[in-house]
Design a protein around this ligand. Structure first.
Ligand SMILES: [Zn+2]
Length: 248
């Protein structure tokens, strides 16, 4: 199977100005067709930014290039976006699911706790990054709860795709946030999304990382050290990650 790496939302820090990141979405070729893991913002977000995105435009430098939208990148890779019938979400923040409306026929696979957090009243600061209009097209959801299964010793939920793909609960950044593990032709790929800092690097104080991203960073670093054969990515990667790395 081929796994494509897409930067669907470039976001550059104002301070330090050297921090240039892209929001990583994955496109996995499966027996069930191309499966998109997170969408990034949608075309409509780029053309009519919701309030939370306008806030981001103030506190960071966001190029707002609609060509970064997943639907355009999927098409540039040679796929028909209408063939994307499944989207797996790590969580439902605007920068990870804003493009759902660009794939209106796709079933949306997400942890039930994340769906409940998105649909409920805001209870914590991170809930402010949910944008209700991102499901205005009323997509079909496939919701998952914990089933007592595990992947590499981590509680996990098997998704209905071949090759194997697991939803790995890493709650904290949001109430239902999950990573996604994918069996590729060159081994396992573990996308931990926003459960850890960029590339799991140590550049910010632990209290801040735990506050913003949840309690998993130390555990994920230990996992990475114990399993060098597993390729790990985070939801936001340094821009140079994407240079010349379109797929494995
Ligand atoms: Zn997030």
């Amino acid at each position: 199977m081929t796994l494509h790496f897409l930067n669907c939302f470039t976001c550059n820090a104002r301070v330090p100005s050297s921090w240039h990141t892209g929001t990583l979405c994955l496109l996995a070729e499966t027996a069930q067709g191309p499966v998109l893991i997170d969408t990034g913002p949608g075309i409509d977000d780029y053309l009519h930014p919701p309030i939370i995105l306008r806030v981001f435009q103030v506190i960071t430098k966001v190029p707002m290039d609609a060509d970064e939208a997943a639907i355009r990148q999927v098409a540039r890779l040679g796929y028909n976006p209408e063939d994307v019938r499944h989207v797996v979400l790590t969580h439902m923040h605007f920068d990870h699911c804003g493009g759902l409306g660009d794939f209106p026929r796709a079933t949306v696979h997400v942890h039930e706790r994340e769906y409940e957090a998105f649909m409920g009243r805001p209870r914590q600061v991170s809930d402010l990054a949910y944008v209700r209009r991102h499901i205005a097209h009323r997509p079909q959801f496939a919701l998952y709860g914990d089933r007592g299964e595990s992947w590499y010793g981590l509680p996990a939920i098997l998704l209905p795709f071949q090759p194997e793909m697991w939803l790995v609960p890493l709650h904290g950044h949001t109430r239902g946030h999950c990573g996604v593990a994918i069996r590729t032709g060159v081994g396992w790929h573990f996308h931990v999304a926003d459960a850890g800092p960029v590339a799991l690097e140590d550049y910010a104080p632990a209290w801040l990382v735990n506050f913003a991203l949840g309690p998993h960073t130390d555990r994920l670093r230990a996992f990475a050290a114990a399993h060098p054969e597993v390729r790990i990515t985070t939801g936001h990667m340094w821009l140079d990650f994407f240079d010349g790395r379109e797929s494995i």
